[in-house]
Design a protein around this ligand. Sequence first.
Ligand SMILES: Nc1nc2c(c(=O)[nH]1)N[C@H]1C(S)=C(S)[C@@H](COP(=O)(O)O)O[C@H]1N2
Ligand SMILES: [Mo]
Length: 258
Amino acid sequence: MSDADAKPTRKPEQIRLTDHRKGLVKLERRLLLRSTLSLGALSMLAGCDLQDNDQVDKALWTMSRWNDRVQALLFRGDKLAPTYAASQITKPFPFNAFYDEFDAPDIDGAAWKLEVSGLVRDKQPWTLARLRNLPQAGQITRHICIEGWSAIGQWSGVPLKSFLQAIGADISAKYVGFKCADRYYSSLDMPTALHPQTILALDFGQEPLPTSYGYPLKVRVPTKLGFKNPKHVVAVFVTNENPGGYWEDQGYNWFSGI
Ligand SMILES: Nc1nc2c(c(=O)[nH]1)N[C@H]1C(S)=C(S)[C@@H](COP(=O)(O)O)O[C@H]1N2
Ligand SMILES: [Mo]
């Protein structure tokens, strides 16, 4: 997957640049080449307007160190995200969303259905019971948020690959998109969708996902940054048009992972 497939990010000209322009452009190229973050993400993460030179310097250094650390945490050489022991699970696990925790959608699992559309043979919606009847897989992996924190958690559920097979998805298509109950949305390239560690997580810590962490279904993708792990998913679709995502469409690099 190349950056040509990524959604266009904020153009550098739109950000007020002083004499740091060259450095920033070089850094952005480096970040993009390594398939991680864009300049837009950097400016958002740094929380500065990229005009104050001292602030920019600080942001660049923090960012490039953070970037190296994230690469090291995500990448093990064989394209599998590192796994951990149960004793290493972070407690309490942090909550994050574009709203406060008490605003997380309260979903009735009995009424919930997972809609299926796009390039698939069987568009019948799925109930929780039907999803639980498919073979389940678990993992203890690290969730890395672009805001600069990470935490180890335990998730289990249906490997997305088995689900795509069950619905007769065209796996030669380019993307799998997800829509959530809270206006959030995201998407994955097909190789990541078929990755053995990408799961439709129903459980967190061996219990049904709590409301905060995405009840009743969250896509757990340990090879990607946290924002590419949509919670409260209500629809899955297969497509050749890049569906983008909530943060992706605001300048965060679409690929954001390995
Ligand atoms: N539906 C939905 N999914 C979401 C988000 C969101 O705001 N809404 N935020 C994302 C971000 S940025 C992060 S870091 C993780 C946080 O997941 P957690 O609350 O389980 O830690 O959820 C991701 N998935
Ligand atoms: Mo995040």
